[in-house]
Design a protein around this ligand. Structure first.
Ligand code: DX5
Ligand code: ZN
Length: 233
């Protein structure tokens, strides 16, 4: 099991990029992951959808297990599920590096986050575009990562919502006030044009599905986003 290596303090020297396999050619998944790793991807983002929390289905623990046996890239697992309690143990056993739960999902999230941490994984909370950032406050002393959705979750290839920079900046303020090394990851519609907007607003990790795995030349796609993301803040 590989842990995400979180920086001791913000700012880190580079923006982490996490390609999402949701947009990958599944018949060539291993080859495409290898290309992303060689191109310098920092983490792999794995979107888990249950058909209830979002109107779509995607992957399960078997996918994470197969990837864990194939690459040493960290698996940043994003649980878009109604009842995360049902899935935490299977994903930990499968080899997830971090587990991010939605604040809008059901259950005792604090207890679930503590359980994830106790197993040695990083834990995160994600918020949908309409969720107020203040809702994160009760979890701030516990989490390693906040995942700000810059689209309504459920599908890849959507457009970065114009309201996202304000949401990201508000989350960055909350993180700064905690004084804790919490990653701020942004997910949805990230490409070379929107990456600088997210970074300027305070992101230090970016998920990119369509803009990386949806492109034939992964090396070029990743380096375009990297160049655009490494703006001075
Ligand atoms: C959306 C997922 C995203 C998705 C991003 O519900 O959480 O991680 O893969 O895809 P793009 O980058 O294509 O918007
Ligand atoms: Zn995601």
């Amino acid at each position: 099991m590989i842990n995400l290596h979180l920086p001791a303090k913000y700012p880190s020297d580079k923006t982490a990029i996490a390609p999402s396999i949701l947009s990958a050619d599944l018949l060539n998944l291993g080859e495409r992951i290898k290309q992303a790793q060689e191109a310098g991807a920092d983490w792999l983002h794995i979107d888990i959808m249950d058909g209830h929390f979002v109107p779509n289905l995607s992957f399960g623990p078997a996918t994470v297990k197969a990837i864990d046996g194939f690459t040493d890239l960290a698996q940043d697992v994003h649980l878009m599920v109604e009842n995360p309690a049902d899935f935490i143990e299977p994903f930990i056993k499968a080899g997830a590096s971090s587990l991010t739960l939605h604040i809008e999902s059901k259950g005792n999230l604090k207890k679930l986050l503590e359980g994830i941490k106790a197993c040695g994984l990083k834990c995160g909370i994600s918020i949908k575009p309409d969720t107020k950032p203040e809702a994160l406050l009760p979890f701030a002393d516990l989490i390693d990562l906040i995942l700000v959705m810059s689209v309504y979750p459920g599908f890849g290839g959507q457009k970065f919502l114009p309201s996202s920079p304000a949401q990201i900046a508000a989350v960055r303020d909350i993180i700064t006030k905690t004084g804790r090394p919490i990653w701020l990851e942004v997910d949805g519609g990230i490409n070379a044009e929107t990456a600088p907007k997210a970074v300027k607003a305070g992101a230090d990790a970016l998920v990119a599905g369509n803009a990386v795995f949806g492109q034939s030349d992964i090396k070029k796609a990743l380096s375009d986003i990297r160049a655009a993301a490494d703006v001075k803040i």
